[in-house]
Every structure is written in structure tokens, then in C-alpha cells.
Design a protein around this ligand. Structure first.
Ligand SMILES: [Zn+2]
Length: 518
């Protein structure tokens, strides 16, 4: 005898042999940072209960062609595990995971409606009747577009607008990435077509925090945007009822002027995956952190070595003399070592000083001359002394720079991995530093020594973001591993870190309208 069909509401992890009659409400593909694809789907049954299911990477090719949005199926045999997504598409306690013995049979099931939305009204959102870890379907009419930043082929595109429904209340929405581009495309191709009713499926509601208002946005993945889709009854109804209350696309409140300033994207690139911190904030760090700060270079520190090191001719590592040959750590042979800058500079923000190590590539940019050329010039005039810091180096000093650097708890200095001298950019970065009240709690004299800094950096007050997957901290400030340091700038997406960073900046920011890129 065949197994009977069971309801989604009964599913738990007591067995694997579940057999359900369902319709596929939503289906999307997720590609991991390791470039592995898996599928996620949301299923509902005739009692309109929802459950999320996952097709793991190794089964994607098997099921991709069988699964189709809107179709109904008899499905059976799954692994059942707890619904532990940080943002849940359903409030079911469990999720289904497809396995080798999962069977999927496409069947016409008329008792399951074609659509089932998990709608939340704007009134309920404003009254806080939502869960921040649950994703919702939201329908509303666009009343105003306040900001649009469209950068094609870039997940930092965003559109900010207001949404209303029959409650007549407005809620702010921000669409990021592909959905922002989708809305912009609709906007540019339908300008004559009147107003916009949106359906956002699987959207996130962010509670208001500090200066940031309540906001509806897309989740990292799995949010679907339907614009003026009148095949959906609820969209059609709202369109009819709101039609006189919504501005048309051509009205002034709906002008989508796309910002595309180079300063903004330069800034985004420069602070990407870094914490924007004043020197005072850096003093609180306890774990390895890539940070961006602004400081004025004051003086060179003369440490264990001079102003340059003997570098490899093929890479930036240092060379040692072995059996009459100059060899670097990567075993490149150089006929002669190439001098490369390594300068320790004390920099100040007016309150606190910190030591930064500037490596060859940044020094050349700041000085406008290679270390080799500088050495050759000095030799020509007979002034060369390896321990004398050439006077020409001083052009680096007295400059205020935005500096990107790696903080390491076991080092007394920050290892520089980039800088910007642009004034607008420096100002924008300084605006992102947290408010002064906080920083003034650290009592440090302006002519302090490194020991004072050390004391400050041990103060256990602020927890820092999670450790990044950086190069071995022991080797970062060593010329041997400078290439490893340089590669840290490559952006990789990491949702949770970005979220932490975002929350931190939310807390810290004094700028009301700033939102970092996702
Ligand atoms: Zn080398």
C-alpha cells in the first residue's frame, strides 16, 4: 500500500520518509564563495503551510530540470533538520534537505492554490509586529524615490524609496544589487506607464536603530521583486484602490537620478571590508583588523633597520646572500639586490599617535621616486650612507592621508596596505568616525610614547569584529611576506561580517544618511 500524503505542518525530524503534496512558491539558486551552487525552494501545501527545502550542490544537476516555479508535486523522502537560517523564509521549525533518494513527481494538484503570499501589511511593520529573523512578502505602491545609485555589474547598486498600502502609512525600502538594477530598468523603460505597485517576496524588515529608520530591504539572496504584476490578485486590487493616490513615474517625487560620483565609489573601494576607525578607536582593537583611518605623517622612526631593505628583483620579498647568490624566500635569484623602501612613520590625528609601516609601493607613490633611483642618485653625488635617511624622504611627512592598514595585536605598528590623499575622501572617512564623547574617554597625552599606546590598546572595552582570514600575523610586517599583505585588499563577500560591521557603524556613525554597501 502506498504511503499516505502528509501535511507540512506535521513534518518533524522523527523520520525521513515524509510524503507531501506541495506547490513550489519560490525557487532560487545560491552560489557560495567557493563557486558551488545549491538550490533553495519554498513549498506550500493545500493547508497553506510553508516549509523551506534545500537541494545540496551534489544534487543540483539531478533536480534542476525537474523543479519549476509554480508547479505542484508529490515529493517524498528527505533529510529533516532544524530551520536554522539566520533569516528564515518560513516560521516552520524544520527544513527539508533533498537527498539521493528524494523523489519528485510533477502532478497537477488543483486543491493547492497557484499563489500563496505570506503578506505583512505596512501598518503591522510600523507597529513592530514582525520578527527580524523572518522574511515576509510585502505589497505596496511607490510614493517617492529618494535615492538611486546604479552601478551596472555591481552589487552595490541601490535604490531607496517609500512604499505605501491601504493603511496610508509609508515605510522606507532599500533595494540592493540586482533588484535595484531591475527596478531601475523598469523605471527607464516604463516612464509613461503610470505608477508602480511592487511585490517583494522574502523581504527583510530591519528595525529602526539610532538615526536609521525602519527599513524594508532585500535579503542577501532569495528575495524576489515583481513590478506591476497584475496576474497577482493582491497586486491588482491594490493598484485599483491606490490608483489616484500614487504618483506616476514621470512626477517629480519619482525622479530616479542616478548618482555616479567617482569619489563615492573610490571611497567604497577604499573602505571595502575594512573598519573605519579613528586612531583612538584603533587603540581599543584586540584582534587582527583591517582598518581605514586618517592621520598626518609626522616623523620617521629609526628602528632596527634603515630606510630600505635589500629586495628581490622579481618580487617584493627581501633577499639574503647564500652561496654567493642573492635569494628571496620564493627562491628567486637576483644578480644584485634591489633596494626597496620600508619606512616606519609616526602618524597623528591630533590626539593620538601611532606607528605605521609604509612599504615600497606606497612609499614610491608618496615620494615619487624608487629607492633604487634614490640610492643611485646619492651614490653619484658621493652622499650615500646606508643609515642616513635621505632628505628627499621628508616629502612624505606633514601630509594628512587616509590610510588603509592592518592592525595586529602582537605588533607595535600598523602595516599599511594602501593610502589616499584626496581631501574629499579624507573628509568623508572622518565623518564616519564615531562621536567624540566616546574617544575623549581615552586619556592620552599628545606627546606620548609607544608604551602609552600599548596601554591604551590593552583597554578591554570594545569588542572588535571577528578575525579575518589574513596572512600569518607573525609575518605580515616582514618584507618576506609583503605580497601576502597586498593580497588582503581583494574583496570577498561575507554577509555576517558585513552585518557586524554595519551594526558597528550604525552605532558609531554620526552621519544620518549613510549606509555602507552590502
Ligand atoms: Zn623574489
Amino acid at each position: 500500500m502506498a504511503r499516505p500524503i502528509e501535511y507540512i505542518s506535521s513534518i518533524d525530524d522523527s523520520k525521513d520518509l515524509w510524503k507531501v503534496a506541495v506547490r513550489c512558491k519560490h525557487l532560487w539558486s545560491v552560489t557560495s564563495s567557493q563557486n558551488r551552487e545549491h538550490l533553495e525552494l519554498i513549498l506550500f501545501d493545500s493547508k497553506l503551510d510553508l516549509i523551506q527545502a534545500i537541494v545540496p550542490s551534489y544534487l543540483v544537476s539531478k533536480f534542476k530540470t525537474q523543479l519549476e516555479l509554480g508547479c505542484s508535486y508529490i515529493m517524498q523522502n528527505f533529510k529533516v533538520s532544524s530551520n536554522d537560517f539566520s533569516f528564515k523564509s518560513t516560521d516552520h521549525k524544520f527544513k527539508l534537505i533533498f537527498c539521493g533518494s528524494t523523489s519528485v513527481k510533477k502532478v497537477q494538484l488543483a486543491d493547492i492554490p497557484l499563489n500563496h503570499l505570506k503578506l505583512i501589511g505596512i501598518n503591522a511593520i510600523i507597529e513592530g509586529k514582525y520578527r527580524t529573523n523572518l522574511l515576509y512578502d510585502i505589497i505596496g505602491g511607490v510614493t517617492e524615490i529618494s535615492q538611486a545609485q546604479i552601478i551596472p555589474d555591481n552589487n552595490k547598486s541601490k535604490v531607496v524609496f517609500s512604499l505605501t498600502d491601504l493603511s496610508k502609512h509609508d515605510v522606507q525600502c532599500t533595494l540592493w544589487g540586482k533588484l535595484a538594477v531591475q527596478l531601475n530598468e523598469y523605471y527607464t523603460t516604463h516612464k509613461a506607464d503610470g505608477s508602480i505597485i511592487l511585490l517583494l517576496m522574502n523581504a527583510r524588515i530591519k528595525e529602526p536603530q539610532g538615526n536609521y529608520p525602519l527599513n524594508v530591504s532585500n535579503a542577501w539572496n532569495g528575495t524576489k521583486l515583481l513590478i506591476n504584476d497584475l496576474s497577482i490578485e493582491e497586486v491588482k486590487n491594490l493598484k485599483e484602490k491606490l490608483k489616484d493616490d500614487l504618483p506616476t513615474l514621470s512626477s517629480s517625487s519619482m525622479q530616479m537620478e542616478t548618482t555616479n560620483t567617482s569619489v563615492f565609489s573610490d571611497l567604497d573601494k577604499f573602505v571595502w571590508k575594512a573598519e573605519v576607525l579613528s586612531l583612538s578607536d584603533i587603540a581599543y582593537l584586540q584582534t587582527e583588523t583591517t582598518c581605514v583611518t586618517v592621520a598626518t605623517l609626522e616623523k620617521f622612526e629609526c628602528g632596527q633597520s634603515g630606510w630600505y631593505y635589500d629586495g628581490c628583483s622579481e618580487c617584493t620579498k627581501s633577499v639574503t646572500l647564500k652561496d654567493g647568490k642573492f635569494m628571496c624566500y620564493s627562491k628567486h635569484i637576483s644578480s644584485e639586490p634591489v633596494p626597496r623602501f620600508k619606512l616606519e612613520v609616526l602618524a597623528s590625528d591630533g590626539k593620538l599617535k601611532y606607528k605605521f609601516v609604509f612599504w615600497d609601493v606606497d612609499c614610491v607613490k608618496l615620494i615619487g621616486k624608487s629607492a633604487l633611483q634614490m640610492k643611485l642618485d646619492l651614490m653619484e653625488t658621493g652622499d650615500f650612507d646606508p643609515l642616513e635617511f635621505p632628505y628627499e624622504l621628508d616629502v612624505m611627512l606633514k601630509k594628512e592621508l587616509a590610510i588603509r592598514a592592518v592592525f595586529q595585536p602582537n605588533k607595535a605598528s600598523l602595516s599599511v596596505i594602501g593610502f589616499k590623499a584626496d581631501e574629499v575622501l579624507r573628509t568623508k572617512i572622518k565623518e564616519r568616525f564615531k562621536c567624540e564623547e566616546h574617544t575623549s574617554k581615552i586619556v592620552v597625552s599628545t606627546d606620548d610614547t609607544r608604551d602609552d599606546m600599548h596601554t591604551a590598546s590593552c583597554t578591554p572595552t570594545i569588542s572588535t569584529s571577528e578575525k579575518q582570514s589574513h596572512a600569518d600575523p607573525q609575518t605580515v610586517s616582514d618584507p618576506l611576506s609583503i605580497t601576502a599583505v597586498m593580497t588582503l585588499q581583494l574583496p570577498t563577500l561575507h554577509l555576517h561580517r558585513q552585518k557586524d560591521l554595519f551594526l558597528r557603524q550604525l552605532k558609531n556613525s554620526t552621519v544620518p544618511n549613510y549606509r555602507p554597501p552590502r
